[in-house]
Design a protein around this ligand. Structure first.
Ligand code: ZN
Length: 321
């Protein structure tokens, strides 16, 4: 266990195979591996909405209770008629188009209305990697907190997104494709500025002695969904390079005793979520026994201190020492 801060950069959709193909895996972190992930039973694809709660709890949706959708109760979308219809029938009766369309509706909904809060986990007795720790959690799906609301990190995301991207179901290829509504340079500016906002929060937390600073970044997954609609064939590689550069900048910022972890929930190739998630760290011990997204918590726990579990007395002794 380290005495410093563990920084987790959650690059949504960072695909391990693409990192290797672009020769960039080592540019993110020195120690890394492909991690297994799992599909939503109804949609048949790994989904962001329920994967991040699974990552921070180290358990599957049937244990922690955050579903995008399931066959028994419709999950997050139980109040939506489309989702009720889907949950009435076994998913094998849903056409590809219905599944993709449903995924799009749920995705929009999940990013705006129906985010679980940090309090939700406490009230429902669901343990997370943040328990007993001095934590700063920046814009993680389904871990909404007051600090994010204050910075408006999630507010209006859906509206902003529709200003730059049209979301379309590509039925034949069974994927979701985003079509840029502006030229690529404007789209890039928006995507990178959204990353920048969160990275500045991470930067401002240096020397604050948090046990963990956990940040979620939509950039790489958004680019992944947009690739088929963009003519510039080099665009995705440049986005991966930029993500690696931003990651390295966090490493330069860190203190010697700090640890960096890079984690994704699934991969994304040709606008399709893949099972090739990326997991890596500056500390080799964080990788021991980690084979799937469900093991990340174990890896993070091993290298992360838990100081807020200390009693006031112990803190006083340490301060006067
Ligand atoms: Zn995702």
């Amino acid at each position: 266990m380290s005495e410093g801060t563990t920084y987790v950069l959650g690059w949504d959709g960072l695909d391990y195979e693409l990192c290797k193909e672009f020769g960039l895996a080592d540019e993110f972190v020195p120690h890394h591996k492909r991690a297994e992930t799992f599909a939503n039973d109804v949609l048949g694809k790994p989904d962001t909405y329920e994967l991040w709660p699974s990552i921070i709890t180290g358990s599957r949706p049937e244990e922690h209770g955050v579903w995008l959708i399931n066959e028994e109760n419709g999950g997050a979308g139980a109040s939506n008629p489309l989702m009720n219809a889907a949950s009435d029938v076994a998913h094998r009766f849903l056409s590809t188009r219905s599944r993709i369309g449903l995924g799009i509706v749920l995705r929009n909904r999940g990013l705006s209305l129906d985010q679980k809060s940090a309090d939700w986990y406490r009230k429902n007795g669901v343990s997370t990697v943040f328990d007993g720790r001095d934590s700063r959690v920046v814009g993680v799906p389904n871990y909404r907190n007051e600090d994010d609301d204050g910075l408006e990190l999630l507010a209006g995301w859906g509206r902003k997104m529709s200003r730059y991207l049209d979301i379309e179901a590509d039925e034949e290829a069974e994927r979701v494709v985003y079509h840029p509504r502006k030229d690529l340079e404007r789209l890039d500016e928006w995507l990178v500025s959204e990353v920048g906002k969160k990275i500045q929060v991470v930067r401002s937390s240096v020397d604050r002695d948090h046990d963990i600073v956990f940040t979620w970044l939509a950039y790489i997954d958004t680019v992944g969904h947009t690739v088929p609609a963009v003519e510039d064939e080099d665009w995705q590689r440049r986005a991966y390079e930029r993500a690696a550069r931003i990651t390295r900048e966090i490493r330069y910022m860190m203190n010697e005793e700090d640890t960096l972890i890079v984690a994704s929930d699934h991969g994304n190739r040709r606008a399709e979520h893949t099972f090739d998630a990326f997991y890596g760290s500056t500390d080799e011990r964080a990788l021991e026994g980690v084979n799937s997204v469900l093991d990340y918590r174990k890896g993070i726990d091993r290298v992360t201190s838990a100081t807020s579990a200390r009693t006031p007395y112990e803190i006083e002794v340490e301060w006067t020492d």
